[in-house]
Write a protein that binds this ligand. Sequence first.
Ligand code: FES
Length: 293
Amino acid sequence: MTKLLKEQQSSEVDVVLDASFIKAWSIRHPTDNQTGFSDADARVGRSGRSFALGYKLHLSIDHKTMLPLSSVFASANQNEKKHSLTILDKAKRILQRCKAKVRSVVADSQYSDSKLRDAVEKATIPYPANHMKGVAGLLRVDRKFRTYGSGEQRMEYHKRPLIEAVNSFLKTQFSMANNKVRGLKQVAFYALCSILCLVLIREAAQNIGKHEKAVKGKNVPSNQPCALCRCGESKNKPFCDGTHAKVGFKGAETASKKPHDKQAKVMDGPTLKLEDAPALCAAARFCHRGGGT
Ligand code: FES
């Protein structure tokens, strides 16, 4: 990795931090809902919009090369801030070996912490909505990922999705999320093997002078029409290879196109009438159309 970083010849590096969920190969304990049944190290933590049993890979990457710099593995219930300084210190050490240093850190609001901000010259980390209320010009991000703050901060923050691309690459190309092992040490070793494969492929691509092949993937000419797979069975995803005909996929739309009020049943209450169209309802117990609970 040091060799790859040296070849990039950057003396100042923008480091991007993020945590990625790795599902445990276990179920919840029948008497302790927060712990794994067959994997005592696994804990319940946030996985996307829900909660699941597993671990977290806390990762830092170099924004320019998208190379992993440092990582920490922990149970999924552990907060990002707990490991942020450790990951940063590890990244600083590896960069020192390449005679480079950290120019800035870019991370999500889970990393909003004064100690992390003080540890670097420049930190692009949004403040959560309930911190520093009323202070204008601070970088903030809302639930729909809309950014608020100065133009420069917002531009810097747009480097953050690169780490999601690396995490997704590790999961889809190097099976990082398909672990069939239990225990923190074993899961960490399994995930480290995925990271190592990524680094080795990058090195191999660099050695043959085709660095971009390992970073960008396949180039698709944009001026040619192409068919995308909807059946999920293609061997050449995301493109259709004709397998849909063999598996008997029926792609015709079957949902009703009637508007909501034509599909809804009306139920009379003591003071209100309730309209309900079960086919259109997510049964989430709050109404999107009404915008409330
Ligand atoms: S739609 Fe999936 S292979 Fe054609």
